[in-house]
Ligand binder design. Sequence first.
Ligand code: ADP
Ligand code: MG
Length: 188
Amino acid sequence: MPLSLIELRDVSITYGEGNGAVLAVDSLNLTVEEGEFVCLLGPSGCGKSTALKAIAGLIPIHSGTSVFGPAAQNPSDRFVVWQEATLMPWRTILRNVTYPLELKKVDRATAREKAMKQLEALGIAEFADKYPRQLSGGMRQRAGIARALVADPNVLLMDEPFAALDAQTRRLLQEQLLQLWNEVRKTV
Ligand code: ADP
Ligand code: MG
């Protein structure tokens, strides 16, 4: 059988030790195939963020196994979009979005072109030269998603990416995200 992109088997994750230990994830089984859009649903505190951080490779798992297929093998294949866009305040929106390409040593003109394309796709191209503080939360979140798409990871991990937005913007971005997913078929 071909390897799934992400496979968690009986994964448990604990914070702390001894009496104060919190079992945050208890025997999680999860299989994600390439190109799938998978949502973890559950009340707050049930361990969604913890599971996502483990999948991102940011925290260790304490028992069970996690196996990644070739397309998700490298931690840089898995890019996280957090609840609040973690933009760098001293860089313009454009230069926040080109950042992953700078890290990959992509030349400036190409990086700019790719970033502008994503900013356009997300409807915020006209704010390219503004700073994050000059944008609304919804626009910052779009910029965060544009940056993730520019990074072009095989796996896009999102932790309640629209939770901090008003209901209308959230709905709009949810629809846009599904549309984008239809076009690019990333694993989300
Ligand atoms: P969710 O994202 O589903 O709301 P979390 O994964 O954030 O849930 O949290 C799962 C459990 O782990 C909760 O009981 C939470 O209090 C606890 N927890 C989360 N992060 C930490 C941490 N850094 N240290 C200790 N406990 C934590
Ligand atoms: Mg959470």
